[in-house]
Design a protein around this ligand. Structure first.
Ligand code: PLP
Length: 923
């Protein structure tokens, strides 16, 4: 077992996922050392070791600081001077000031923060809710990274010159960070999340000015190119491509004395927002930088709603609450007005006029807001939904499927997919995810299984009816598909397949390069580009020559990497995400993102589906929050998502490495959650000693499945708690809320809102509970220990087998003998609307056992969805097997949708099924 990390032991730079977090951590260390040094000097103790430690840590930190505007050269020089002069008091004061200012972000608007001689306690940052903070809101702040060939001795002057261009009327404030090389340009982009624009002056050198292995490691993580691989004269454009690849949201500008006219129209220039000739355009550059930020800051719907709220509008339509008049004048509900504040009511309207737009038929600012969302998420189109991803999924399913179409779908998909099939009459072909029986949960569906399903349909001659592959990415528990690989191989079998990726939990993933590679939209863009490349044609030709015609009976195809025909392949990808689950949207705010090269084929049906499921009174605030959430992610998504990952990694390290906590609790590692056969990389856990970050990134590129580190399965069965019990305990005793549980685990997730204090809280609670258990076991004697061991065994070892989808009853199958298992779920669902067609049999009854043995078959009349785990263990028309009954009987959760213990299982009567067998309808 690994040793607990000492809180005061700085991790090596390469151990950090996020370089920005590494840096903050070092300032915290430096602050603690500074205090110790000052106190040693004050009490006349020997201070040489502390002085040496301070000097060493600051020397390590200094190169990182060259990528940030704050504290900047002046403050850093003052700190270095204090070290040089052995002035512990000045050092401690300065470092405290810088460290606190970095934490609160006060440097963004407080000029005293930048001055070594002025006091600022750094605490005045934007840490309070804006309505509790006095004064105007500050202008948003950002940094511009300038990559320049000029000598560093000229940088101060150049910075001052650019700074002079700033004017009071500018909407944003920025500072400049200069670097002098290709490598430092890449590192600046990786390290500094404040950077929003990169200005590249042609002619800079290649190597970094810092020769540190830690920095090199970060470069290599970003798929660094070596100098030797660069085409002559292509340094600036290659740098731009790398930066754009890493952080696509950034604005890039090139200043060059090359022939800008011909360059501007070339492929190479694509990453640049603008190209300027030489240096005589500084004012234009300044304005272009601000304009670029403004385009991301722009929230057409939200901004308009704010303006609308300020107008004196007389309302003669529904929604009495709009403008607040029914609330503010009320004798009885004024507290509602007080609680929510005036603006909520002023910004309410049921109108779509007056500058507001209609979600159902957007032509104005909702349309614009959706276009901006499409840009931000790398999609061709985006649609807002105000009733959660439950609705988005139904819209997509109905938009792309018609009755009789076959959908290859993970049975563990959220219930909205299954209801979507009922509504449209599409036939689900259920494919199984690999089970994680030990935690009573499922993983994700292996690619082999999906390919087998497609090949089965091909063998049976109805591949043409297979319309969609529908999967959850990432799953509730964090299993992430290799989206590119899955789509590539499926498209090799059917080149016009549509993919629906339910990324309810994964919307944030677009905004950092680690997660992005496994998103639906990231993969769609990558594949679209790949199939356009001439090199791909060669790759395909070689494959086609080797594989020949794809024979669906050829089992070897399951293990062969299949390639689609570039002349036939179409990229048709739909992604739904619960913006409210991982970004700053109000509850129910969701988006549908589309990359469909044949969207024109479904545009009409998609619109119908949108109309079917969208309220004619969509909530204005939800729409506005989607607009704002997009703004936030485009401007600070990189910072926030990188931090969320780093927090998750801290939590993982602390819990699994803590000598006491890890006796009772464990956070499931990638190796625990993903069987070795799907982890070709062999990576078992994040970070050393298990793996380097580069190895993890390679695993994320190539492995069949990866585990999202921000989704932490905390196994509590070892402490004698079942998931539901532990969730309740955390909420009741410690005010800690979590979402999902399994038989012996809870799911903890870190999000863009979490802080180090949250992590500390959870660790403290786990430590306290572990102490309590130790104490109880020590005090309670043998009987207590035996009872505890028995409880742990029942939770951790005596786990029920997870039931697979059995099959649809023959009454709901076109060809009951076929290997493919799709069935008509809609008629089964609606048969149950007539009570005369149904019967109820108690779960514990002997009748169930007798019928399982001798028939007639038990056929479910409806969906039965236990929470947890939340997937349907029975769907309408499904034959119920002994495994399903055993699982149901062992299930100890209270909430089972579609099952009422007092009535028993709702079944379709055998006579009804027999009668139906003769009628072949429903397509
Ligand atoms: C995978 C998945 N898809 C869709 C949904 C539904 O999302 P929403 O709550 O936004 O309706 C959920 C909800 O938990 C989910 O887990």
């Amino acid at each position: 077992m690994a040793k607990a990390t000492q809180p005061d032991q700085p991790l090596d730079l390469t151990d950090f996922f996020s370089a920005a977090e590494a840096r903050t951590d070092r300032w915290r260390q430096l602050c603690a050392l500074g205090r110790a040094w000052e106190s040693a000097v004050a009490t006349a103790q020997a201070d040489a070791p502390l002085h040496a430690a301070v000097a060493k840590l600051f020397a390590e930190l200094s190169p990182l600081e060259s990528y940030w505007a704050y504290p900047g050269p002046r403050l850093c020089a003052a700190v270095a001077e204090a070290i040089e002069e052995r002035n512990a008091g000045v050092f401690a004061r300065l470092v405290q000031k810088i460290s606190a200012t970095l934490l609160t972000g006060a440097y963004r608007y407080e000029s005293a923060a930048w001055d070594p001689l002025q006091e600022n306690d750094g605490r005045a940052g934007d840490v309070l809710p804006p309505d509790l903070q006095a004064g105007e809101l500050h202008k948003p702040y950002f940094e511009v990274l300038v990559v320049t060939p000029n000598d560093p001795s000229t940088w101060d002057r150049a910075r001052a010159e650019l700074k002079r261009l700033r004017r009071g009327e500018d909407a944003f404030n920025y500072e400049i960070v200069q670097v002098g090389s290709f490598e430092d340009g890449v590192l600046g982009t990786i390290f500094n999340h404040n950077v929003q624009a990169v200005v590249i002056y042609d002619g800079f050198r290649f190597p970094s000015r810092h020769d540190l292995p830690g920095l090199r490691d970060f470069l290599l993580r970003a798929r660094h190119v070596e100098a030797s691989a660069l085409q002559p004269g292509a340094m600036a454009t290659t740098l731009a491509r790398m930066v754009k690849n890493y952080r696509p949201e950034l604005d890039l500008f090139l200043l060059t004395d090359r022939a800008v006219e011909s360059l501007a129209g070339s492929e190479e220039a694509a990453p640049f927002r603008r190209i300027f000739h030489a240096v005589d355009e500084v004012m234009e550059l300044h304005l272009a930088i601000l304009e670029g930020i403004n385009e991301r800051y722009d929230t057409p719907f939200f901004s308009n709603l704010k303006r609308y709220a300020q107008r004196p509008v007389g309302t003669f339509h529904a929604l009495p609450l709009a403008r607040g008049k029914s609330v503010f004048r009320s004798n009885w509900i004024r507290d509602m007005g007080q609680f929510y504040g005036t603006n909520l009511f002023l910004a309410e309207s049921s109108a779509t006029t007056g500058g507001l737009d209609s979600l159902l038929e957007p032509t104005g600012n909702i349309k614009k807001a959706q276009e901006l969302a499409a840009r931000a998420f790398g999609a061709q189109r985006a649609y807002f939904a105000t009733n959660g991803t439950s609705t988005s999924n139904k819209i997509v399913v109905q938009g792309i499927c018609k009755p009789g179409d076959i959908v290859i779908v993970d049975r563990n998909c959220h219930k909205s997919h299954h209801y979507g099939f009922v509504l449209t009459g599409a036939q689900p072909y259920y494919v199984e995810a690999y089970p994680l029986t030990q935690y009573s949960m499922y993983g994700a569906v292996p690619l082999r299984t999906i390919k087998q399903a497609l090949l089965d349909c091909k063998a049976e001659g109805h591949l043409d009816r297979v319309k969609v592959v529908d999967l959850t990415n990432c799953t509730f528990d964090g299993h992430v598909y290799n989206t590119k690989r899955v789509m590539e191989e499926c498209l090799a079998i059917k080149p016009d397949l549509i993919f629906l990726w339910d990324e309810a939990w994964f919307g944030f993933a677009r905004f950092n390069p680690f997660h992005r590679r496994r998103t639906a939209m990231g993969a769609a863009a990558a594949l679209a580009a790949r199939y356009r490349e001439p090199a791909y044609r060669d790759e395909y030709k070689k494959f086609a020559a080797k594989a020949g015609k794809l024979d669906p009976k050829n089992a070897k195809l399951l293990d062969l990497h299949l390639f689609p025909d570039p002349d036939k392949v179409r990229i048709r990808v739909y992604e739904t995400n619960s913006t409210h689950k991982s970004m700053s949207a109000l509850r129910q705010g969701s988006m549908i993102l589309v990359w469909d090269e044949d969207f024109h084929l479904v545009e009409g049906p998609f619109e119908e589906a949108f109309f079917t499921h969208t309220s004619t009174s969509p909530n204005q605030q939800i729409i506005a929050s989607l607009d704002v959430a997009r703004r936030q992610m485009e401007l600070e998504g990189y910072e926030l998502t990188m931090r969320a990952v780093e927090l998750a990694l801290k939590l993982r390290r602390e819990v699994n490495g803590h000598p006491l906590i890890s006796k009772y609790f464990h956070i499931a590692t990638p190796a625990d959650m993903i069987p070795a056969e799907f982890r070709a990389s062999g990576v078992v856990d994040y970070g050393r000693p298990h793996s380097t970050w580069r190895e993890v990134l390679e695993a994320w590129d190539d492995d069949e499945f990866a585990l999202d580190p921000t989704r932490l399965t905390l196994v509590c069965g070892g402490a004698g708690f079942d998931g539901t019990q532990f969730k309740t305990l955390l909420a009741d005793r410690f005010d800690i809320q979590i979402n999902k549980t399994s038989r012996n685990s809870i799911l903890v997730q870190t999000n863009i809102n979490n802080t180090r204090s949250d992590v500390a809280l959870l660790i403290k609670v786990l430590a306290d509970l572990s102490h309590e258990i130790e104490h109880r076991l020590a005090q309670g004697g043998a009987a207590e220990r035996a009872a505890f061991a028995a409880r742990v065994k029942s939770l951790m070892t005596d786990v029920p087998d997870l039931p697979n989808f059995s099959r649809f009853h023959t009454a709901f199958r076109d060809n009951p003998k076929a290997a493919s298992n799709e069935g008509h779920m809609r008629p089964a669902f609606f048969l149950a609307y007539d009570e005369a067609n149904c019967e109820f049999v108690p779960l514990a009854s002997t009748e169930i056992d007798a019928r399982l043995k001798k028939g007639p078959e038990l056929v479910s009349a409806n969906f039965v969805i236990p929470y947890p785990p939340g997937f349907p263990i029975m769907v309408p028309g499904q034959v119920i097997t002994a495994e399903t009954i055993a699982f149901m009987r062992k299930l100890d959760v209270k909430e089972i949708h579609g099952y009422h213990a007092a009535h028993g299982l709702k079944l379709l009567k055998p006579a009804v099924l027999a009668a139906r067998k003769t009628s072949r309808v429903d397509r």
